[in-house]
Ligand binder design. Structure first.
Ligand SMILES: Nc1ncnc2c1ncn2[C@@H]1O[C@H](COP(=O)(O)OP(=O)(O)OP(=O)(O)O)[C@@H](O)[C@H]1O
Ligand SMILES: [Mg+2]
Length: 317
C-alpha cells in the first residue's frame, strides 16, 4: 500500500529525515515512534503531499507522492500535529465548510459530514454538532479534526500525534476510535509514547535522529532489541571463582561475571540470543550442592531500548 524508499529531507542544512525506507501493507495500523525532533512529522508531511522531499521516492497505492498529489490527497486523510480548526465556527458548520473545500456537492456534503461525525462519536451529546469549536474540550476538538480527515472516506489515515494533550480517559477513547477506524482504513500514526502505539499498532517503525533504528511487530521488536538473555544467580557454598567456572561450563553459556553480594556470590550469566539458561544453571547448582537464593532471567524490554535510544539522541544533540 505505502512504499517509501531512501526518503531524505533537508531543511536548509538541517537533515531531518535521513535515507529512510519502509513498507506498509493495506489495512494495517502502523505506529511511527520517536523522540521529539526525530523526523516523524516531516515524514508524514511528505507522505501527505504537504511538503516535497529532498530525494528518494514514496508511493501510496501505486501513486507517486511527488508527482500525483491530486490522487494522493483524494486517497489520504491527514490530521496534522496542530489541528487547524476555526474557533468561532460550529462543529457542523466547520465540517460542511471543509467538505465544500473538497469540492463536494451540497447533498453529498451533508451525507459525508453525518457519516464522519458518526464514526468519530460526535453525535452525542445531541447538541454537539451545534457547539462552537472554541467551547469544546480538547478531546472533542481532536475528534472534530479526525472527522475532518474522514470526510472524503480516504483509504489511508495519517494521524500526527492524535492523542497529544489528552487526559488518560480521552487517550483511551481516542485509542478505541483509532482501533475501530483501523478496521476499514490503513492507519499511520505518530507518537513518542511507546505504550500507546504498542497496544494499537500491528507494526512499529522506530525513528530517531531522522533514521529508522528498528521496525517490526511489537513482538519482533522485543526479540530484536532484547539481545542475549541474561541470568542472574546468587549462591554460596563454594569459592566465587570456582562457582563461576562451573557455571561457565554449562552448555549455552557464553560468559560469566561474578561479584559479591554480602555473604553470597552473584553471577551474571550471559547466554546465546534466545537461550533460557535457568533450568541448566539450577541443575548444576543442585548437582554441586550449592545454596541458591536467587535465579532470574533478565530480558531487555522495548521500553528500555526506546529510552536508551532517546537518551542517546539527547546526549548527542
Ligand atoms: N519547517 C522547518 N524548518 C526547519 N527545520 C525544521 C522544520 N520542521 C522541522 N524541522 C527540524 O527537523 C527535524 C525533525 O522535525 P520533525 O518535526 O519532523 O520531528 P518530530 O519527530 O515530528 O518531533 P516532535 O515529536 O517534536 O513532533 C528537527 O530537527 C526539527 O527542528
Ligand atoms: Mg512532530
Amino acid at each position: 500500500m505505502i512504499d517509501v524508499k531512501h526518503l531524505t529531507k533537508y531543511y536548509g542544512r538541517t537533515l531531518a529525515v535521513d535515507d529512510i525506507s519502509f513498507h506498509i501493507d493495506a489495512g494495517s495500523v502502523v505506529g511511527f515512534l520517536g523522540p521529539n525532533g526525530a523526523g516523524k512529522s516531516t515524514t508524514l508531511r511528505i507522505l501527505t503531499c504537504f511538503m516535497p522531499a529532498t530525494s528518494g521516492s514514496a508511493t501510496i497505492a501505486g501513486y507517486d507522492v511527488f508527482k500525483q498529489s491530486l490522487q494522493i490527497r483524494g486517497m489520504v486523510g491527514y490530521m496534522p500535529e496542530n489541528v487547524p480548526l476555526y474557533p468561532e465556527m460550529r462543529v457542523r458548520e466547520y465540517l460542511m465548510f471543509r467538505a465544500a473545500l473538497r469540492g463536494m456537492k451540497s447533498k453529498q456534503r451533508s451525507l459525508a459530514v453525518d457519516r464522519a461525525a458518526e464514526k468519530c462519536w460526535l453525535v452525542k451529546p445531541e447538541d454537539m454538532m451545534r457547539r462552537r469549536i472554541d467551547q469544546l474540550s480538547r478531546g472533542y476538538r481532536q475528534r472534530v479534526g479526525l472527522a475532518d480527515c474522514l470526510l472524503h472516506d480516504p483509504k489511508v489515515l495519517v494521524l500526527d500525534e492524535p492523542t497529544i494533550g489528552l487526559d488518560p480517559a480521552q487517550v483511551r477513547e481516542m485509542r478505541n476510535l483509532i482501533r475501530s477506524l483501523g478496521e476499514e482504513h490503513t492507519v499511520i500514526l505518530s507518537s513518542h509514547i511507546l505504550a500507546e502505539v504498542e497496544q494499537l499498532c500491528g507494526k512499529l517503525i522506530i525513528i530517531s535522529g531522522g533514521k529508522i533504528v528498528a521496525q517490526g511487530t511489537p513482538d519482533e521488536l522485543r526479540r530484536q532489541v532484547s539481545g542475549p538473555s541474561r541470568v542472574i544467580v546468587e549462591l554460596r557454598g563454594g569459592q566465587a571463582e570456582q562457582m563461576a567456572k562451573a557455571v561457565a561450563d554449562v552448555d549455552g553459556v557464553r560468559d560469566v561475571q561474578h561479584s559479591r553480594a554480602g555473604n553470597w556470590t552473584r553471577l551474571t550469566v550471559q547466554g546465546a540470543e534466545d537461550a533460557d539458561l535457568r533450568q541448566d544453571v539450577a541443575d548444576l547448582v543442585a548437582a554441586k550442592g550449592y545454596h541458591l537464593r536467587e535465579l532470574r532471567r533478565e530480558i531487555g524490554s522495548l521500553e528500555d531500548f526506546f529510552v536508551q535510544m532517546t537518551y542517546e539522541q539527547i546526549t548527542r544533540d
